[in-house]
Design a protein around this ligand. Sequence first.
Ligand SMILES: CCCCC/C=C\C/C=C\C/C=C\C/C=C\CCCC(=O)SCCNC(=O)CCNC(=O)[C@H](O)C(C)(C)COP(=O)(O)OP(=O)(O)OC[C@H]1O[C@@H](n2cnc3c(N)ncnc32)[C@H](O)[C@@H]1OP(=O)(O)O
Length: 162
Amino acid sequence: MKAVQLYYPPEWAHCYGCGYLNAQGLRIETHWHPERGESETRFTPKPYHTAIPGFVYGGLLASLVDCHSTATAAAAKAQAEGLSLEAHPLRFVTASLKVDYLKPTPLGPELLLVGRAREVKGKKVVVETELFAEGVLTVRGEAVLVQIGEGFGRSGSAPGGG
Ligand SMILES: CCCCC/C=C\C/C=C\C/C=C\C/C=C\CCCC(=O)SCCNC(=O)CCNC(=O)[C@H](O)C(C)(C)COP(=O)(O)OP(=O)(O)OC[C@H]1O[C@@H](n2cnc3c(N)ncnc32)[C@H](O)[C@@H]1OP(=O)(O)O
């Protein structure tokens, strides 16, 4: 299954968190499961992604939730509208991001993020994300994502235009 991010056209693929063209970035890959209406991203932090020894830096966790949410929004919107991302590479930016750190997240294991759209309305999608380390829920996120118009970032047009 092709990751949602790999459908982004090159001009939208420089993001530090999820751009496949950012060699220094996290380059997360999000997979959409239409039958469950859920997205999944797996990411293993590096040893230098440290808060205190043994635990993951919260800013990194917020970045993972952020970019996982933008991809979830694109996939959920595509499904809601019956569109294929291949033909319609939707792209969302983050308007609002809330992150609850429920427990310290251990540094070492692979992390699993699971997302679902709570609301798909016009150009706005609200996404909830849960982040698990070894099956334990450690972070919960909620994000409001707004779709950018086609051509955005290509011609310098205004946010939301299109
Ligand atoms: C760096 C991105 C900058 C933003 C866009 C610029 C360029 C885009 C070009 C290419 C993008 C390519 C790749 C993107 C890369 C990375 C993505 C990863 C995630 C990020 O790293 S991204 C960076 C951080 N991000 C920003 O830098 C956003 C700055 N911001 C804005 O550019 C505008 O603010 C925008 C577009 C968000 C909305 O502007 P707008 O005019 O289109 O929106 P509008 O007012 O029509 O609202 C529509 C519905 O969203 C609701 N809504 C709006 N804002 C809300 C808020 N804060 N809280 C709760 N709800 C909110 C309204 O309530 C309404 O909902 P309802 O319909 O229900 O009333």
